[in-house]
Design a protein around this ligand. Structure first.
Ligand SMILES: [Zn+2]
Length: 285
């Protein structure tokens, strides 16, 4: 009985450790935007020759074979491939999904969930936790109303209006995907450091001027992160298997004990909703 309990405990510890590791790998807006831009470069005008689904958990996905890719766009953290015939292929990478562009002659890789074939090239989705979703829709991409996108600029008065009725820390608000799509733990810490706002502050207390700061910081941080092809603090790789470089420019995230780049104070770490939160108590108010 005791060993059974210990065994269960070992499994729980292993799962927690795995989740802790995965906390760092979830693709956020800059990583998905990086994939979107790279896919646009290699796929535009090319015809899909076939789709192989290797994981039944993806369900029945109608084959897009024979359709040409007209363009690739991002909607929040989702990717939409506009195809000929008024169809679109919608992909969401969720927690651990990755895309890799490679030669069709190479042997399969572990955790591959589906492969899109383009003649001698292929685009594969690797996804160890198997949460990514793929579907072929009859409506063309971009039909749904646009979502607030922090890379394109946020509507500060609308955000303040929603925030005034909420009682949660500003960091949790920024990470609520129903309000703003695409900001996860890394970029929430960076955006709030740049706007000099304490991540634990109640979101209803932010003034319109502070929301303007947040919106400006969000655009600046995310734009730079896209230029750097994302942040590789764990296993993020772009479409061509290359790591991003924004980890070299982080001001707060995972910098506990290091001096603040703005004021020289010490970066602290606090748990918030089960996630690490890094900030400078000296200059973030
Ligand atoms: Zn500081």
């Amino acid at each position: 009985m005791g060993s059974l309990r210990e065994g269960r405990r070992a499994v729980i510890v292993a799962c927690l450790l795995e989740m802790k590791a995965l906390e760092k790998v979830m693709p956020e807006l800059p990583e998905v935007e990086t994939l979107c831009r790279q896919l646009q470069q290699v796929l535009s005008g090319r015809t899909i020759r076939g789709l192989a689904v290797h994981d039944l958990r993806l369900g029945q996905v109608a084959s897009p074979a024979g359709k040409r890719v007209l363009g690739v766009s991002r909607r929040g953290k989702g990717l939409e491939f506009a195809l000929t015939g008024g169809h679109s292929l919608c992909l969401h990478l969720r927690m651990t999904g990755r895309l890799l562009w490679r030669s069709s002659r190479l042997p399969p890789l572990p955790h591959t969930r589906f492969t899109l074939f383009f003649g001698t090239d292929q685009c594969i989705c690797i996804d160890p936790r198997r949460f990514a979703t793929l579907s072929l829709k009859e409506a063309p991409a971009g039909e749904a109303p646009p979502m607030p996108d922090p890379l394109r600029g946020l509507e500060t008065s609308r955000l303040r209006e929603i925030a005034r009725k909420r009682h949660l820390p500003v960091k949790s608000f920024l990470m609520d995907q129903k309000i703003i799509a695409g900001i996860g733990n890394i970029y929430a810490c960076e955006i709030l450091h740049r706007s000099a706002i304490d991540p634990l502050r109640g979101v209803c207390s932010l003034s319109i001027e502070e929301w303007t700061e947040v919106s400006t910081a969000a655009k600046a941080v995310l734009t730079r992160a896209v230029e750097c092809r994302g942040t590789t603090v764990s296993d993020w790789r772009d479409l061509f298997g290359q790591p991003g470089t924004f980890q070299n420019e982080l001001a707060a995230y995972a910098r506990e004990g290091h001096p603040c780049r703005r004021c020289g104070g010490i970066i602290h770490r606090r748990p918030l909703a089960g996630r690490g939160t890094w900030f400078c108590p000296s200059c973030q108010r």
